[in-house]
Design a protein around this ligand. Structure first.
Ligand SMILES: [Zn+2]
Length: 477
């Protein structure tokens, strides 16, 4: 929990003396794994865009007597994700039945995990816009099966609901955070980083538009009560800790959001809605809501169930999972390098800035491509290759690293100047015209054009104007 932020708010409260709330946000994220077959049967899991009900069998249709056989790859991938999120992997884990009735769930229960999930107690470090780092704790990562899909349509003038069971039984990982998140922006940063890690692991395409990654923020507000000025620092410390521990007595969950931007908007909407209720002395209802993008608001769907409503019990048809150290070590060894490691490597090995490294490491394929280019290029600085990848929208699928290197070399030949020389000139100009630099930094765009002009006078190649402008901007940022 971010005590600094909290104490800053408490102090602010003591000065301004009015009602304030702190947002308590947790996230549940569902991710469909891209295994070849479904979670408990041999049907193909690649269902997107296929003819409805063409990827089904007695197991995923929940027909009586059908027996589930767990997908080994899905279990391993779930554990690898847990490892990437710094989770503990308990030696013993099991599947449970979560009972509820809904037409998209033909068995009447979903095979999920209740009290002994595959992964527990993890954490993910995020970097906030001000550069500070924050740890978001991960409560659990578990495995379950997806449900079928309902399609609402009008057939012969009648409103009808159709069911497609192709998605039924596709392996689904659920990631649950502790309520450590304090703003919609923190939630967005966390989700983007999680998304990136999942892509790095190649366990899911995590495509939000196809619904293979779905977001469910839960939001409540905690009132920061007005307090008298503390008599001593230790008293202040105690007062803060007391506030810090109490969680609100209600929680609002927003279901099935399929974009980071919508999640952010839904959270902001809820913070506003709930603070208005609380300010009137009302307590928001414990419930599940949905995000309505058209109306830009959340709407009530149903009151929130408690775990006992689902009558969880151990799945009798699947033996529990017992890990030995050897298998877990093997999985750990197979973990690919993760974004944070790649960023560190780019900074250390290629002397790229944190900014450039973060952009290149955003996608592991781009990071690989960059390294291949650097190894092929003889007289081109790594920084130049990074610039091309970042600024020129290189289509890495259709341009081989070898060809990109040739292209950069050709362009340097055409312009009659290498990047190394160009950077040198630009650095000199920046040093020699401090007044223009400070003007630009205080918002005068014309100062930038002046600096570009000064560089152009030495370079004498008008085709380089845009490039020079970009480099100066980057050097001054
Ligand atoms: Zn099946």
């Amino acid at each position: 929990m971010n005590k600094n932020c909290l104490s800053a708010q408490v102090e602010k409260l003591e000065i301004e003396n009015f009602c304030m709330f702190e947002s308590i946000i947790g996230l549940e994220i569902h991710v469909e794994l891209k295994t070849k077959s479904k979670m408990f049967c041999g049907c193909a899991a690649d269902f997107f865009g296929k003819e409805p009900n063409s990827h089904c069998c007695p197991v995923c249709l929940g027909l009586p007597g059908a027996l589930p056989v767990p997908n080994k790859k899905a279990i391993e991938w779930c554990v690898m994700l847990g490892m990437a999120l710094d989770c503990q992997i308990p030696e013993f884990s099991k599947f449970d039945r979560k009972n509820y009735f809904y037409p998209d769930l033909p068995k009447g229960y979903q095979i999920s995990q209740y009290d002994q999930p595959l992964c527990i107690n993890g954490k993910l470090k995020i970097t906030l816009p001000d550069g500070k780092e924050k740890i978001i704790k991960i409560r659990r990562v578990h495995l379950e099966e997806d449900t079928g899909k309902l399609l609402h349509a009008e057939i012969n003038g009648k409103k009808s609901t159709l069911i497609d069971f192709n998605r039924s039984g596709v392996p689904l990982v659920e990631i649950v955070t502790e309520p450590d998140i304090r703003s919609s922006e923190e939630a967005r940063i966390f989700l983007k980083k999680l998304h990136q890690i999942i892509r790095y692991l190649s366990i899911s395409d995590a495509d939000m538009e196809k619904g293979s990654m779905r977001l469910e923020p839960n939001i409540s507000l905690r009132e920061i009560k007005n307090q008298k000025s503390p008599a001593s620092p230790s008293e202040a410390g105690r007062a803060k800790i007391k506030i810090d521990e109490e969680l609100p007595k209600y929680k609002v969950e927003v279901k099935n959001i399929n974009s980071f931007a919508f999640a952010k908007k839904a959270i902001d909407f809820e913070i506003k809605r709930q603070s208005e209720l609380l300010s009137k002395g009302e307590t928001p209802q414990q419930e599940t809501r949905g995000w309505n993008e058209k109306q830009q608001m959340t709407t009530s769907q149903r009151s929130k169930e408690e775990a006992h409503d689902y009558r969880y019990f151990p799945e009798p048809d699947i033996p529990p999972i017992c890990w030995n150290k050897e298998t877990l070590n093997k999985l750990r060894k197979n973990l690919p390098p993760l974004p944070d490691n790649i960023i560190k490597k780019l900074i250390k090995t290629y002397k790229l800035s944190l900014y450039d490294s973060t952009i290149i490491a955003d996608n592991s394929a781009v990071a690989d491509y960059f390294e291949k280019c650097v190894s092929l290029a003889k007289n081109i600085p790594a920084k130049t290759i990074a610039n091309w990848l970042i600024n020129k929208k290189i289509d890495i699928k259709n341009l081989s690293p070898d060809n990109l290197v040739k292209k950069i070399a050709q362009s340097q030949q055409d312009s009659g100047i290498t990047d190394d020389e160009l950077y040198k000139i630009i650095r000199n100009i920046i040093q020699n015209y401090p007044k223009a630099v400070s003007d630009y930094k205080s918002g005068k765009e014309s100062a930038l054009m002046f600096l570009v002009g000064m560089v152009m006078r030495e370079v004498k190649n008008s085709s380089l104007a845009d490039k020079i402008k970009l480099i100066i901007k980057e050097q001054l940022s």
